[in-house]
Design a protein around this ligand. Structure first.
Ligand code: SAM
Length: 214
């Protein structure tokens, strides 16, 4: 039987997320746009947080957007964002409070799955990626914008600050080898762009497709 997934509850992180996000919007807006460009059909956004990406979807091409978010404080804000979308878009979005490790959707349901700054925080990285793979159609796309472990001295500093950083960052992990984990989960990963969100947050933007066999 699958083990129970801890449910995050971070009231203050949720309360400050959009305010902090506005400071980084100049960097994040084009990245979110690129992450979501050309998406169409049935899309799942995992760990949607406060719904910061909703405004960047091209709603002319999205048939349905299932958004998931396990933290009730983040989910409450995401619901407010959904309520502020225009009526036509709003009717196509549904939010479910669920973790990436146990997605409540049938196999092969989605044309695309989106993970934006989420794989750093999930409690079980491989299980989450396995679920994303399971709910994707063959030929579907896992779009990823994630920060990852650095190399050498950067990796050492990330490890040193992690205990304090993780507490303030609602469990966010600086030292995950996410690209490797994506490939190990049975995806072929195409990196479109590498960036540094901050000196401690090297990251990548790209797409992963199900490899022929895991
Ligand atoms: C840094 S925030 C990113 C939020 C949003 N994706 C964005 O682009 O702004 C990380 C999010 O992952 C969520 N999260 C934490 N554990 C999770 C899990 N096990 N499954 C899915 N999401 C999770 C957090 O609640 C939080 O909303």
């Amino acid at each position: 039987m699958a083990t129970e997934v801890p449910r995050p509850r971070h009231r203050w992180f949720a309360a400050t997320y959009d305010v902090m996000g506005r400071a980084g919007e100049k960097q994040m807006a084009p990245l979110r746009r690129r992450l979501l460009h050309d998406l169409h059909g049935d899309v799942l956004e995992v760990g949607c947080g406060t719904g910061a990406s909703f405004e960047y979807y091209d709603w002319d091409y999205i048939e349905t957007l299932e958004a998931t978010e396990p933290d009730p404080f983040m989910a409450r804000r995401a619901r407010e964002k959904i309520a502020s979308l225009d009526e036509d878009a709003r009717a196509r979005v549904r939010l479910t409070e669920a973790p990436a490790e146990a997605l409540p959707f049938e196999d092969g349901r989605f044309d695309a799955v989106v993970s934006c700054l989420v794989l750093c925080t999930v409690s079980d990285l491989q299980r989450s990626l396995g679920e994303m793979r399971r709910v994707l159609k063959q030929g579907g796309e896992l779009r990823l914008l994630e920060h990852v472990a650095g190399d050498g001295a950067r990796r050492m500093v990330q490890g040193a600050v992690q205990p304090v950083y993780g507490w303030f960052g609602a469990g966010c992990q600086l030292t995950r080898r996410t690209e490797e984990a994506v490939r190990e989960a049975g995806f072929e990963l195409e990196v479109w762009e590498r960036m540094r969100f901050t000196p401690l947050h090297p990251g990548f933007l790209g797409v992963a497709r199900k490899a022929a066999s895991p």
